[in-house]
Structures are given as structure tokens and as C-alpha cells.
Design a protein. Structure first.
Length: 329
């Protein structure tokens, strides 16, 4: 009889408190594993996602991975992308919505050799400039349109070369200037042997053509599901906690990033520099997109004009505060 009672009690306990599986979330990064995404890796490593009842899978990106295509194909619940690429994708039929904006500032620059004769934007005329494509060219095209330069290589304009994700064209003098980020490629230029006083750097923010960079995007249709919105709120809450930790503990954050780099390609010294620069871009952000930042990005993109405009009209419904407001409660 006693055994039966014990067994019965055990069964009742099992029924009353079943083990609940964590909600699964798949995040697609914009690029490879590096300190640019430290907040997400920290949130996973330190258990911040787990504490919110989430089981998060982080998928690294790469040169052949377009986050909007991944989420459109069902390969992710949420993606990281730059706003110009997300808005371009939205206009082309992939209804992305910004649900959070961890990056408050732009890190994009054009880095030029002084010996190329470039000292001001007026000197870009008839020069060769290296530009990233795959959606990263949009801010550049908007800037050139603002300056009145054609980008087809015709006289009086600029010649654009499709830059790989390196700075070789600058080092080898194939281009007067190349695209760089404050946290990555600029330091590749320095590591290649060029000194800061041999360079002229144009920061997109200083030039008045900065656009919002790493934001979190989901498909618009998903936001009609209260359960999905609640899950994303938990995800964003834990993510912002991860970014806060990365700012306070940069060395530990870098270690976590390196531990998650399956390629083993990332070097600690470079990642520490990157972490320092990335923390400047996320500082002061609670994850809530400022509508003024959205409007500035849209205005910049609409000003690009040209034969292939990034967007042709101001997007409606391209951002929502529903998730971040729930996360901040």
C-alpha cells in the first residue's frame, strides 16, 4: 500500500508540473561570427535567453547569405540587417518590419589614401571607389547622388568597383578609397601597414548621409500572432541585456565570441578592437527605434534617385514598437 501511495504521489507530481520545452528562436546574423554580434552570443552564453524561456539558435552569415532571403524562405524567425537593405527588400515584396534597433549609430566610412589626391568629397571626381554590394551599396549611392556624382564611370563622376569584403583595392592602389567600418575594415587598413596620417576618412554620419545599421527584423505577418510578439519581446529583452553586459565586460564578451567562432579565423586582438568600437555604436540604445532615425534613413535613400533607386516611396508599416514596448515593461 505504501509503495502504491508513493507511486501515486509521484505520478501526480509529474502531471502537475510537466517539463516545458523552451520556445525556439532562430536568428540569422548579417555577417560571420564576430564582435559585431557580441550581444547575441553573450545573451545565449550567459543564460539570458534561457531565463526568458527561449532556446535560441544563432546562424552566422557570410558573403553568400542574404538575411531577407533567409527569413522569406522560412530559415529564420528574426534577422539582423541594415535598414536600407531591409527597406529595399520590403519594397520588393519581402515585408520586413523593424522590431528593435540595438545599434544607435552608423559605423560606415569611406577610407582614402592621401597619396591618391583625395582630401575632400570634391576630389572624388574621376576617382575609383571601392563599394560593397549585396544591399550595402545603398548608403554610398545616396551619398554620391547628394554630391551630384554619376556612378557609371563617366567623365566627371566616379568609377565604382565591387569591393570584396577586404581592403585589397586600397592597399594595392586599385582604388583611391574603399568602404570600411569603424570596427572592422579600417583596422585592416592599419594592420596592412598604412598609418592613420596617410589616410583621409569620411564618416557617413559626419557627411549627413548615415543610415541605420544593425536592426532586428521579422516578417510583418508574424506580428499578428500575439504569441510570436510575446516571444520576440522576450528575445529582445534578453538581447539588450546581452549588449549591456558586452559594454561593461568587453574582454569577456570577446572571449564568448571567439568561443563561438567555429571557423577559428577571428583573432583576439582584432576582436577586442572591434568590441570597443561596436560598444560606441550601441551605447545609449535601449533597443527602441527612434522614428526620427527612420525618417532620416528614408530621406537619405529617397534622395539617391538614379536609374535603380533603393526605394521609390516612403514605406508604411516598416517598423513597430509593439515588441520593444513589451520588452521594456
Amino acid at each position: 500500500m505504501l509503495k502504491r501511495l508513493i507511486l501515486g504521489a509521484a505520478l501526480l507530481v509529474g502531471i502537475a508540473a510537466p517539463a516545458s520545452a523552451d520556445d525556439k528562436v532562430t536568428l540569422q546574423l548579417k555577417w560571420v561570427t564576430q564582435a559585431q554580434f557580441a550581444g547575441y552570443y553573450v545573451a545565449k552564453d550567459k543564460g539570458f535567453y534561457k531565463a526568458e524561456g527561449l532556446d535560441v539558435t544563432i546562424k552566422p552569415g557570410g558573403p553568400d547569405i542574404a538575411p531577407p532571403q533567409v527569413i522569406a524562405g522560412g530559415g529564420a524567425d528574426v534577422i539582423i540587417d541594415w535598414m536600407p537593405a531591409a527597406l529595399a527588400a520590403r519594397e520588393k515584396g519581402v515585408p520586413l518590419v523593424n522590431i528593435a534597433q540595438p545599434f544607435k549609430r552608423s559605423g560606415m566610412m569611406l577610407t582614402c589614401r592621401k597619396d591618391s589626391g583625395v582630401a575632400t568629397p570634391a576630389d572624388f571626381k574621376d576617382k575609383t571607389l571601392g563599394v560593397w554590394f549585396f544591399g550595402n551599396e545603398y548608403p554610398f549611392m545616396a551619398w554620391m547622388a547628394k554630391l551630384g556624382y554619376k556612378t557609371d564611370g563617366s567623365a566627371g563622376g566616379v568609377k565604382v568597383i565591387k569591393q570584396g569584403f577586404n581592403v585589397d583595392p586600397l592597399i594595392q592602389k586599385q582604388a583611391a578609397c574603399v568602404s570600411t567600418m569603424t570596427y572592422n575594415e579600417y583596422w585592416q587598413v592599419i594592420d596592412a601597414g598604412l598609418k592613420p596620417d596617410e589616410l583621409v576618412v569620411f564618416n557617413y554620419t559626419d557627411q549627413g548621409v548615415s543610415t541605420m545599421e544593425d536592426g532586428l527584423y521579422v516578417l510583418e505577418s508574424k506580428l499578428s500572432d500575439p504569441a510570436f510578439t510575446a516571444k520576440m519581446a522576450k528575445f529582445v529583452k534578453a538581447t539588450m541585456k546581452g549588449w549591456e553586459f558586452a559594454r561593461s565586460n568587453p574582454d569577456e564578451a570577446v572571449k564568448i565570441v571567439l568561443d563561438n567562432d567555429a571557423t577559428g579565423a577571428q583573432m583576439e586582438a582584432h576582436q577586442k578592437r572591434m568590441m570597443g568600437e561596436i560598444n560606441k555604436l550601441t551605447a545609449g540604445s535601449n533597443g527602441k527605434l527612434d522614428p526620427a532615425d527612420f525618417d532620416r534613413t528614408v530621406t537619405t535613400l529617397l534622395g539617391a534617385g538614379g536609374d535603380q533607386p533603393v526605394i521609390t516611396k516612403k514605406p508604411e508599416g516598416a517598423w513597430s514598437h509593439a515588441v520593444i514596448d513589451a520588452a521594456l515593461k
